[in-house]
Ligand binder design. Sequence first.
Ligand code: PLP
Length: 401
Amino acid sequence: MNKYIYPLVDNPFRKKDLDKAIKVIKTRRITMSTNVNAFEKQFSKKINNKYSTMTNSGSSANLLAFQCLINPYRKKRLKRGDEVLIPALCWSTSLWPIIQSGLKPIFVDVDINNLNININDMERKLTNKTKAIMLVHVLGNCTNMKLLLKLKNKYNLTLIEDTCESLGSKYKNNFLGTFGEFSTFSFYTSHQISSGEGGMISCKSKDDYEIIKSLRSHGWSRDLSIHDKIAKQNKHLDEKFIFYNSGYNLRPTEISAVIASSQFKDLNKFKKEKNLVRDQIVKKFRDNILINNYLKITNATKNCDPFWFGIPMILSKKINRNKFVNLINKQGIETRPIISGNFTKQPAIKKYLKTIKYKLPNADLINENGFFIGIPFNKMSNNLSNKICDIFVKNLKISKL
Ligand SMILES: Cc1ncc(COP(=O)(O)O)c(C=O)c1O
């Protein structure tokens, strides 16, 4: 039994999702095949992004985006030392693929109101070596995409949208993940839809798509539209085993594909239900004077229609965050940091990057005073939302500095 009355995640799988998985297992065809293909098409059609490739995780999708960007088959490719802007409030595997691909991350501060990349700081960090933006859409919310796209176009930057936390969110009626050259998604257990593990990378260019498909599967050519041509040029090789590119094995299983597909069909329904649960809690919090005084709940950015991943909030500096969070955890409300906080504070950074000299005050504030609670259920009782509110009030009072 879950020890929390309000956990970050509850069991995300419905009977109908699991029945589909069992049916696949019974066919004994578990490795990537027609169900993965079908889900990729279904995904592309709904999200309105031309080419989609399913992966075993969102992290793998991010790795593929950067490995594609530096790939020798790419006409306009990034070179060692090229700079990539990334918000300091990011996930580990939003960042590492940049470094693993020989590129240089430049950390940008975030906007305290929406937790997303700060456009002014982004503009300040641009140099003539800046070639790309790794945008992270935080917990369902986004930055001012109009201004971001203006900068992207003005400086001819490649945009990668890490949409791993924001599937189903929209900006001006377009899904997040449709603005950049690449976008990535995660179907990990706590996300908007889940297949346990799983991810997707979408892109706009057929050439990129072909590179990605080859990189996903060992670098071989058999999944590519130009496979016949390659086979003709390599008659000395068995055509099923022609290695045309470098590669990994980042493939998903058929089981993940059918579960993700089953959940994806109900994306709009999930969005409605979970956002309603959030609204109920947020209303209770906003109606309470004490909570309002000490806690700032993140709002949606103008023109963003989020599918909230959680309910992020920032405590006043007058509250001891760690004490407060420990207390509410003990009393049944599970919390976690907002993504990984300011990622430049993580010990791994020291091993891989030179000391970061510039200041990131908003990311610091979120690191020190931020946290989020989940939206584990698709329904919320009045009783439970009152209880959550009471636990917050009681512990805010005793966590004052
Ligand atoms: C912003 C962001 N990017 C990437 C990932 C990685 O996704 P996955 O867990 O599917 O590898 C996560 C994971 O939660 C994330 O929050």
